[in-house]
Design a protein around this ligand. Structure first.
Ligand code: PLP
Length: 418
């Protein structure tokens, strides 16, 4: 037989599943069980040694099934399939995006360490850093998307904790403004501070682009993170998260996950396997729709400015990063409406198909007002610096007919009194 490397979109239907182990069922059944039977006591002992990190796995050895807080077939197949999109050695899935966030921060940071992070961050992540990590004595240094490499190096050196820099954490594109952060630049900063005794882990929350259009591991990042609630789940019907990276790093993460107990249920894993089969189809259609919506908005007299990667101006630094880092502009569109909160609310209240809700990346289109909703808790000075004003509306574009979406948006804009 000839060899052919199948693309991830084709492998989402079958990869990692053996029908002969499940009565020939074409689809993976839900393994709704809490525990698994060992063939012998020796086998059980071996599995626990690996699961608890008591010894290294032998080259040919596989971790067998033990207990559904540690592993389960639905979960393992899901993790193997997620690895394909990001070209990762290993993946760990979690009961929420936030459990992926808190687990990665807890595994690689200890009291006295320094965390450098790019602002703005997802609200929950920001809260965990300031409310919990600060309490246990982790030092934090925020940087802004427009800070230059020289400025960031200086800030780290002046922090008094440069020798304890342990993690650089970022989200790109930034939510809700679509500002891009240069992953390769942060990787080069991490390399500068990495010594024999000090690891500096670069973690990228890639939720906003999903696993298709931006691949942080290929750009040198150590760990990529997803709220799988968004594009991966993609139907607004589940909560989950994922971390991907090397066998070594994700192996450590899985040991901590076992003891924090934040694994997903077999049922949620099964739903995600179903979602993955249409991930490429959905994201292609969402992106095509978003491009049409963005260009409609860009030409509308009641719209001041559209923040969309597909409308970046050639020759700018943001455009350079975009070309290097992303393969499409994605499906998140933000815009400033002319006027202020009153006009933004009138627009939102007059949409008839697009629903007024937070979250993103799903089949249905959603709209929200970041200033008073998702980003209500962000420091007002910082909001101004980020360009997050009361005029800003964020759209997550779904898979509907694009003419219907544009009709709905046009109609809602018409009802806005300037
Ligand atoms: C939603 C989200 C999270 C948190 O994920 P949950 O699944 O809601 O716990 C983290 N980061 C980003 C960028 C998100 O959009």
């Amino acid at each position: 037989m000839k060899d052919h490397k199948y693309s991830p979109e084709s492998q989402m239907m079958t990869y990692g599943y053996k029908p002969e182990l499940s009565e020939g069922a074409v689809k993976c059944p839900i393994f709704q069980t809490s525990t698994f039977v060992f063939k012998s006591a020796e086998e059980g002992k071996g599995f626990f040694e690996i699961a608890y990190g008591l010894r290294e796995k032998k080259p040919t050895e596989e971790l067998g099934l033990i207990y559904s807080r540690i592993n389960n077939p639905n979960l393992e197949i899901l993790e193997n399939r997620l690895c394909l999109w990001d070209n990762a050695e290993q993946c760990a899935v979690f009961s929420s995006g936030m459990s992926a966030v808190s687990t990665v921060l807890l595994e690689f940071l200890k009291p006295g360490d320094l965390l450098v992070y790019s602002n703005p961050l997802y609200g929950g992540t920001d809260h965990f850093i300031h409310d919990f990590l600060a309490k246990i004595g982790v030092h934090t240094l925020p940087v802004m998307p427009w800070d230059t490499k020289e400025e960031i190096l200086k800030a780290i050196d002046n922090s008094g904790h440069a020798d304890r820099l342990s993690m650089i954490y970022m989200e790109t594109p930034a939510n809700p403004t679509n500002e891009l952060i240069d992953i390769e630049m942060y990787v080069s900063i991490a390399k500068k501070y990495r010594t024999k005794g000090q690891e500096v882990i670069v973690t990228v929350d890639n939720t906003y682009m999903g696993p298709l259009w931006q691949h942080p591991l290929d750009l040198g990042a150590d760990i990529v993170l997803y709220s799988a609630t968004k594009f991966i789940g993609g139907h607004s019907d589940l909560i989950a998260g994922a971390l991907l990276g090397s066998n070594e790093l994700i192996g450590r993460i899985k040991v901590l996950r076992t003891f924090l107990g934040s694994i997903i249920s077999p049922n949620t894993a099964w739903l995600m396997l179903r979602s993955l089969e249409t991930l490429k189809l959905r994201m292609d259609k969402q992106t095509a729709n978003a491009e049409k919506v963005a260009s409609f908005l860009a030409n509308h007299p009641k719209v001041e400015k559209v923040l969309y990667l597909g409308l970046l101006e050639e020759g700018t630094e943001q455009y350079r990063i975009y070309k290097n880092q992303c393969s499409t502009p994605g499906s998140m569109v933000s815009f400033d409406i002319k006027g202020g909160e009153k006009q933004a609310f009138e627009f939102l209240n007059n949409l008839s198909h697009i629903q007024l809700a937070v979250s993103l990346g799903s089949t249905e289109s959603l709209a929200q007002h970041p200033d008073t909703m998702t980003h209500a808790g962000v420091d007002p000075d910082q909001k101004i610096k980020m360009g997050l004003t009361e005029k800003l509306v964020r759209l997550s574009i779904g898979v509907e007919n694009s003419d219907d979406l544009i009709w709905d948006i046009a109609n809602a804009l018409e009802s806005v009194a300037l």
